[in-house]
Ligand binder design. Structure first.
Ligand code: HEM
Ligand SMILES: *[C@@H]1O[C@H](CO)[C@@H](O)[C@H](O)[C@H]1NC(C)=O
Ligand SMILES: *[C@@H]1O[C@H](CO)[C@@H](O)[C@H](O)[C@H]1NC(C)=O
Length: 247
């Protein structure tokens, strides 16, 4: 009796030790996550991101959006980076992403750079999170502390991307619903949409709005029609989302 209850206590203790270890690795994010395993991680990533934006200013916007599109599908798990495989169709060809998301090669370059200093330590999901912060900081936007320790997904889903990501022509109720599904309220949606103060949009995403809709500043609509013909020509023509501070 005594020895079997002792055994039970040891078993219970081992269970909780293993459980909390797993818990710690899988779920606990902290800004100091790489301090011991890869102290150079954050500066290495920042250098790659800053070099990319110095070469092409728009990349700051593209990397912020890439992080958003990663997080809205299965959480911030790097799934947006995965190409199609025989087992799943990835997110990159989903309607809101196809011919639209940019900057994957910059994340790849940052991953290569951290692999060179600490192989197998830093997740792509964390690199995406840091890249968004570093981008905002570099273009004099807000900055924030990034909690780290995300694990990378081994799967991705085009269907989930099409269901969860907002689409240009959706109305306010639908958009509020999509953010609510991620635990974000209408005010948080509006605040996050402030990211549109930088970056570019393709004519195909705003054509209907500038030719057919009336709840838009008429001067702005007429101005935008110049670079965006009403027929299907020029679908990919770019215009700044915010003409005042495009960079
Ligand atoms: C509220 C719902 C949202 C909708 C419907 C939406 C839609 C769009 C569309 C249609 C574009 C242009 C894409 C293209 O033409 O290829 C765009 C660009 C962009 N979006 Fe959003 N977006 C939303 C929210 C957000 C959020 C929450 C963020 C980040 C926090 C964000 C960041 C950006 C950025 C930075 C760009 C410019 C990207 C570039 O120049 O490469 N958007 N968005
Ligand atoms: C994505 O874009 C490519 C190139 O424009 C196009 O050929 C393809 O059909 C698109 N894929 C989807 C799923 O819409
Ligand atoms: C305007 O709306 C009509 C009716 O929905 C549509 O057929 C047409 O293609 C739209 N025009 C543009 C430029 O989006």
């Amino acid at each position: 009796m005594a020895s079997s209850s002792k055994f039970a206590w040891i078993a219970i203790a081992m269970f909780f030790a293993l459980f909390s270890l797993k818990h710690c690795q899988a779920y606990y994010l902290t800004p100091n996550y790489y301090d011991y395993a890869c102290p150079q991680a954050l500066s290495t990533i920042r250098t790659v991101i800053r070099d990319a934006i110095a070469k092409e200013r728009r990349m700051a916007a593209s990397l912020i959006r890439l992080h958003f599109h990663d997080c809205f599908v299965q959480g911030c798990d790097g799934s947006v980076l995965l190409k199609d495989t025989p087992w799943f169709t990835g997110e990159q060809t989903a309607l809101p992403n196809n011919n639209s998301i940019r900057g994957m090669e910059i994340i790849d370059a940052a991953k290569r750079a951290v692999e060179a200093v600490c192989p197998g330590v830093v997740s792509c999901a964390d690199i995406l999170s840091l890249a968004a912060r570093d981008s905002s900081e570099y273009v004099d936007g807000p900055t924030w502390t990034v909690k780290l320790g995300r694990r990378d997904s081994t799967t991705a889903s085009r269907d989930l991307a099409e269901a969860d990501l907002p689409i240009a022509f959706e109305n306010l109720d639908v958009l509020i619903g999509k953010f609510a599904k991620k635990g974000l309220d209408a005010k948080e949606m509006v605040v996050l949409s402030g990211a549109h103060t930088i970056g570019q949009a393709q004519c195909v995403t705003f054509r209907n709005r500038i030719y057919n809709e009336t709840n838009i500043d008429p001067g702005f609509a007429i101005h935008r029609r110049r670079g965006c013909p009403s027929d299907n020509a020029g679908n990919g023509n770019l215009a700044p989302l915010d003409p005042v501070t495009p960079n």
